[in-house]
Design a protein around this ligand. Structure first.
Ligand code: NAP
Ligand code: ZN
Length: 410
């Protein structure tokens, strides 16, 4: 956990008067920044030769973001805070495209989580450590680190103390679209960017030898589907249904198969039937077909819904066994067609779940690395982000787009 007393790890940036002055005076030193590598920034800030090369002035980063809900994403410059004592500066190599990025860029969650612009999405980040603060122990320069959906939390509430930073009672600082210092743009910017500064507690160790690009989606899609399987104790032989075969759904299938659960995929896409079987599902159902659904009533121990919008859920609640649970991780709007009588009579539950804590994120990364589980990805260049968004909206991704950030530097 980041030291709650150490304000340099808060996303608002360094709070000590000296550092604050440096931050606000940033414009004067921006020219000497990290355009051609960290060395120039460290030298500009007067870092001693041979000392840990941590940037002590705000860092200008290249990013890809939306200026408004209606604008396509375009290249822009953003500021990252100086590297504080507990911070890690990552040179971003890969960043996955999650459907949450699209919801946010287009302000589709306006009623509960309005988007601040410019919006730089991205919370499936893999990068190489370029600098570390003096108190950092988990990483050294050159290591590979991952950043998921959170970059800070209070560290002291009962949920943070229980390794559930995602449920921080004060409110976790999410990787993008959470409050940040005005000098840094006023809200956090995500991983569609060449650099990111994150407290070490929120940086995940990436085991050696893995396919880095295909590991990136596990930082969100992986933990978001792993966490409910852990919480609801999905066991070998149990029947689990995965609703929606997209980025989250395809990882969910792989994780459930690894637990030797009996997996059924519910899809709306005829073209994904063979993919679902290849991923390890024993059964695939085109769920808009009522007859196919009726044949499965009272059979499931767990259902995980990754559909990005609300839809009538009653046909799925009917598939649950006594005491079983439908976990919604997709739709954030009012859920539809959940009937009290159905829940009462079968002691069934409809629940929600948001990502997972930092320890759990590390757990899923280690779990997948040791079992050679990775996402099926299409690697794209930053210039292709808008086209990728359109394809995700058309359910046409097999199964996660990952942006090759290094290609932008080449
Ligand atoms: P995705 O790649 O777009 O996959 C969603 C899948 O749902 C689609 O491929 C499609 O599968 C199905 N689908 C899409 N629109 C549909 C519609 N209108 N009706 C029925 N089915 C539809 O999205 P994702 O990145 O996996 O994310 C899924 C959702 O989870 C998003 O809403 C995202 O914001 C949310 N999310 C939540 C958390 C959390 O912590 N709770 C974390 C990450 C993401 P088929 O073609 O198989 O039908
Ligand atoms: Zn996500």
């Amino acid at each position: 956990m980041g030291d709650p007393e150490d304000k340099s790890t808060q996303d608002g940036g360094p709070a000590e008067p000296g550092r604050r002055k440096l931050l606000l005076a940033g414009a004067g030193v921006l020219a000497a920044q990290l355009v051609g590598g960290l060395g120039s920034a460290a030298r500009a800030a007067g870092a001693e030769e041979g000392s840990v090369a941590a940037a002590q002035v705000p860092i200008t980063a290249r990013a890809y973001g939306a200026a408004s809900a209606a604008s396509p994403l375009a290249q822009m410059s953003i500021q990252r805070r100086p590297v504080g004592p507990n911070d890690v500066l990552l040179d971003v190599l890969y960043c996955g495209i999650c459907h949450s990025d699209i919801h946010t860029a287009r302000n589709e969650w306006a009623s509960s989580m309005p988007t601040q612009y410019p919006c730089v999405p991205g919370h499936e980040i893999i990068g190489r450590v370029q600098a570390v603060g003096r108190a950092v122990t988990k990483f050294k320069v050159g290591d590979i680190g991952g950043v998921g959906c959170m970059v800070n939390s209070c560290g002291t509430c009962e949920n943070c103390l229980a390794d559930r930073e995602q449920n921080c009672l004060v409110g976790a600082t999410f990787t993008y679209n959470s409050p940040s210092a005005p000098a840094l743009g006023g809200h956090t910017f995500g991983g569609y960017s060449d650099k990111v500064v994150v407290p070490e507690h929120f940086v995940i160790r990436i085991p050696p030898g893995v396919d880095l690009a295909a590991m990136a989606p596990l930082l969100c899609a992986g933990v978001t589907t792993f966490s409910p399987m852990q919480h609801w104790r999905l066991a070998a032989g149990q029947r689990v249904g995965v609703i929606g075969l997209g980025g989250l759904g395809h990882v969910a299938v792989k994780l459930a198969v690894a637990r030797r659960a009996d997996v059924t995929v519910f899809t709306t896409s005829q073209g994904k039937l063979a993919h679902a079987r290849r991923l390890g599902a024993r059964q695939v159902v085109l769920w808009p077909d009522p007859a196919a659904m009726k044949a499965l009533v009272n059979q499931f121990d767990l259902l995980i819904s990754t559909v990005p919008q609300a839809y009538p859920m009653r046909p799925f609640v009917e598939l649950l066994k006594l005491d079983a649970t439908l976990v919604n991780v997709g739709a954030m709007d009012p859920l539809q067609d959940i009937i009290g009588m159905d829940l009462v009579m079968g002691r069934k539950s409809v629940a929600g779940s948001v990502i997972g804590g930092i320890a759990e994120t590390q757990e899923v990364i280690d779990y997948c690395a040791s079992r050679h589980i990775k996402a099926d990805i299409e690697l794209i260049r930053p210039g292709d982000i808008n086209r990728a968004y359109d394809r995700v909206m058309n359910k046409d991704v097999r199964f996660r787009f990952v942006i090759d950030m290094a290609s932008a530097k080449a």
